[in-house]
Write a protein that binds this ligand. Structure first.
Ligand code: AMP
Length: 434
């Protein structure tokens, strides 16, 4: 008989095993910091109507053009696994009538996103984002506050080597004006452009600005600057953002080539990179999207937001000196005490002892397999990374005691059964502070 086929994850998708606690750690930190700024968590469905992204993200975008996981449901409706989080939040704003609640609306979210991209280091087909959106305030102080919050979050995770790139892509009129100028500038070099850029020359010339092709970058050096085409209101807005960020001691660089890949951006756009990550080094991107909600059939409501690539963030957190120490300390708190009942008839007692520890907030596991030799069961406790083991059998029951083993100090002591939780708690607390 042929061997049954073993299954593997789909290409570009991964099991998060060892890294899961680090994912949880950054999520907890995001909840803590974003709440300080008055943001509430939302969870939108993973699947949306395809049209939401086509209209919201834009037909000319890479995401809609090439990267969506789109399928028909049994009734022939075209659905898509969400490739990004802003369009769903904008949809939720309209659908749930958030306009009737307190304004501006501030929400954050986290979860899996899907893009059919060529998998490589730091680029996956199922990835994770942590994002936030501030909807219905068009003023520059919202941009500043959002960036201040974002940097506080990253600082609290331990980042120091961050580069903040900032630009303004202006209002639609400035962009149109600029697109025309860029087209005129590039027209004589048309034959030197790659196929993608030649296509973009017609559809969305702005996107040519973030090309990676060396020859195209060279050509762009003499190109007109988008910043010089900004109209008065967009220019004033950008000026306030830059001045105020300076006042909050945020170092940033104005990056004329920063336009971002999604069609919905207006005015402020930004990206934060870490020098530690190599080629795929953007850990987050964001910007203002004053036209998006109207594009989705709603009124003209402005917004600004960002999305952090959580997978890259986690990889970086693991590289920060000191981070592993902090994570280990947290991990240590989570490590269970192992209860080993000795003899089949003591399994129930083992369960009770473990329950008492858990009731006191101490993680505990119980090694029920009493048929195995004690040595093998102790080995399991080591493999579970337990520091303490509680042993309980016939002798201990008679004497009203338990035996507490400490793998680190290689000690073993006998403790009163009715005081053992207290004693274990005391030892855990002093281990934490040492
Ligand atoms: P975007 O929604 O394209 O602005 O992306 C925001 C952030 O999400 C990026 O800076 C990346 O850190 C992350 N990201 C985007 N696409 C992927 C992917 N395919 N795999 C991993 N991270 C991604």
């Amino acid at each position: 008989m042929a061997a049954k086929r073993r299954f593997r994850t789909v290409k570009g998708m991964h099991d998060l095993v060892g890294k899961a606690p680090v994912f949880a750690f950054v999520e907890d930190k995001a909840r803590e910091v974003f709440s300080l700024y008055g943001y509430d968590e939302v969870r939108t469905p993973i699947v949306e109507e395809t049209e939401l992204f086509v209209r919201g993200v834009g037909e000319g975008s890479e995401i809609v053009g090439k990267q969506m996981y789109t399928f028909d449901d049994k009734k022939g409706r075209s659905l898509t696994l969400r490739p990004e989080g802003t369009a769903p939040v904008a949809r939720a704003y309209l659908q749930n009538n958030w306009a009737s609640g307190p304004q501006p609306v501030k929400v954050f979210y986290m979860g899996p996103y899907f893009r059919y991209e060529r998998p490589q280091e730091g680029r996956y087909r199922q990835f994770h984002q942590i994002g936030a959106e501030l909807i219905n305030d068009s003023g520059p102080y919202s941009d500043v506050e959002l960036l201040v919050m974002l940097l506080r979050f990253l600082e609290e995770l331990g980042f120091e080597d961050l580069e903040v790139g900032l630009n303004s892509v202006g209002d639609p009129e400035c962009r149109q004006r600029y697109s025309q100028r860029l087209r005129e500038y590039l027209a004589p070099y048309r034959d030197e452009l790659g196929a993608d850029s030649r296509r973009r020359l017609e559809t969305n010339p702005l996107r040519i600005l973030d090309t990676k092709a060396p020859r195209e970058r060279e050509l762009l050096e003499g190109a007109p600057r988008l910043r010089d085409e900004l109209g008065g209101p967009a220019r004033d807005h950008f000026q306030v953002v830059c001045d105020e960020l300076g006042r909050f001691d945020i170092d940033f660089e104005i990056d004329d080539r920063l336009v971002r890949g999604l069609d919905y951006y207006t005015r402020t756009v930004f990206e934060i990179t870490s020098t530690a990550l190599g080629a795929q080094n953007a850990i987050l991107g964001g910007g203002r999207y004053d036209g998006l909600i109207a594009e989705l059939g709603g009124p003209s409501v402005p917004g600004i937001g960002f999305a952090i690539g959580q997978d890259r963030l986690v990889d970086l957190v693991l590289k920060i000196p000191g981070a592993s120490r902090r994570l280990n300390a947290e991990d240590h708190r989570r490590r269970p005490v192992c209860v080993i009942p000795i003899g089949g008839s003591y399994r129930r007692h083992g369960m009770e002892l473990a329950q008492e520890l858990r009731a006191a907030g101490i993680p505990a596991i119980c090694e029920f397999d009493s048929l195995r030799p004690l040595k093998a069961r102790l080995k399991q406790a080591v493999r579970h990374d337990c520091r303490w083991v509680v042993l309980f059998g016939e002798d201990e029951e008679k004497e009203g005691k338990i035996v507490l083993k400490d793998f680190y100090d290689r000690t073993q002591e006998t403790i009163q059964r009715d005081r053992f939780v207290e004693e274990v708690a005391k030892r855990r607390a002093s281990a934490d502070s040492s």
